[in-house]
Design a protein around this ligand. Structure first.
Ligand code: GRF
Length: 206
């Protein structure tokens, strides 16, 4: 059985593409039904279309309130027939109603080893903090920003002379491996938010 998945983006969409490509592999337990962007100019939209993926724009600036945007997004996810939603560089905070409607079925990727470095500019902050290891996390979406139970993490070393750019590139390569592994685990029931499945989170050493 293949689980229908929608991907939410706001920009470049390289993680979205890693999921699209992974889903094309034989026996992958999920397929992408739609890519949704809150920004009409998101680079990832064109990339998704080039891979034959249906796209939709839900421009948050056209909505009077956050709940109104969330409602439109929830309706779009339902209309697309999605059972799992993957946030991939999606730069909007979602409200409690939408988050609870997608409890256990909405996941996000963040470029740090959570709970360290929630929020923006994670590579710069990791370098300033002097950590020896950095990385990325895929987690279930909960009401708090970059919170929610962790599904998988991938660590990369911080090397002498690293800049936010060189470190970010190393982390991004890890993201592109980790996100498909975590989507696979969720789609085939190896990991879940509540009890009822075997919780073997994907792990990868950088
Ligand atoms: C990634 O680093 C992701 O972890 C973060 O935003 C960035 C999006 O990059 N949430 P892309 O759009 O997937 O290329």
């Amino acid at each position: 059985m293949s689980v229908p998945v929608a991907i939410l983006i706001s920009g470049r969409g390289s993680n979205m593409l890693s999921l699209v490509k992974a889903c094309k592999a034989p026996n992958f337990p999920a397929h992408i039904v739609q890519v949704i962007s809150n920004r009409p100019q998101a680079q990832g939209l064109e990339a998704a279309r080039a891979h034959g993926i249906d796209t939709r724009i839900i421009d948050h600036t056209l909505f009077a309130s956050r709940p109104a945007f969330d409602q439109a997004l929830g309706e779009a996810l339902d209309q697309a027939g999605a059972r799992i939603a993957c946030l991939a560089g999606f730069m909007r905070l979602l409200g409690p109603q939408l988050v609870s409607a997608w409890h256990g079925r909405m996941i996000n990727i963040h470029p740090s080893l959570l709970p360290a470095f929630k929020g923006l500019d994670t590579h710069e902050r990791a370098l300033k903090a002097g950590v020896r290891q950095h990385g990325c996390t895929v987690h279930f979406v909960s009401a708090g920003m970059d919170e929610g139970p962790v599904i998988g993490q991938s660590a990369v070393p911080v090397l002498p002379g690293d800049t936010p750019q060189t470190l970010g590139k190393r982390v991004l390569a890890a993201e592109h491996r980790l996100y498909p592994a975590c989507l696979r685990a969720l789609a085939q029931g190896d990991v879940c938010l509540d009890s009822g499945c075997t919780t073997t989170a994907p792990r990868e050493q950088g």
